[in-house]
Design a protein. Structure first.
Length: 71
């Protein structure tokens, strides 16, 4: 990956984090969204509050779960 593409990707991730923070959501939901955005979310992030928010926002079909390949 060249430097410019990396910068663009990095800036996009930073902008996404900023937008998430501006939504005025609970800290646990923000943490879940940030972890999801960066590919680090796990099932441990899906507590009752986050699951309720996902259901309230009807996001069940917009979030995917996958296995992490062992390194």
């Amino acid at each position: 990956m060249d430097v410019e593409r990396y910068k663009t990707m990095h800036n996009g991730l930073n902008e996404a984090d900023y937008l998430i923070m501006e939504l005025g959501l609970d800290d646990e939901i923000i943490a879940f969204l940030q972890n999801t955005n960066s590919g680090r979310a796990t099932l441990q992030d899906l507590n009752d509050k986050v699951l309720a928010w996902i259901r309230d926002e009807q996001l069940e079909r917009k979030i995917r779960i996958s296995f992490v390949k062992a390194k």
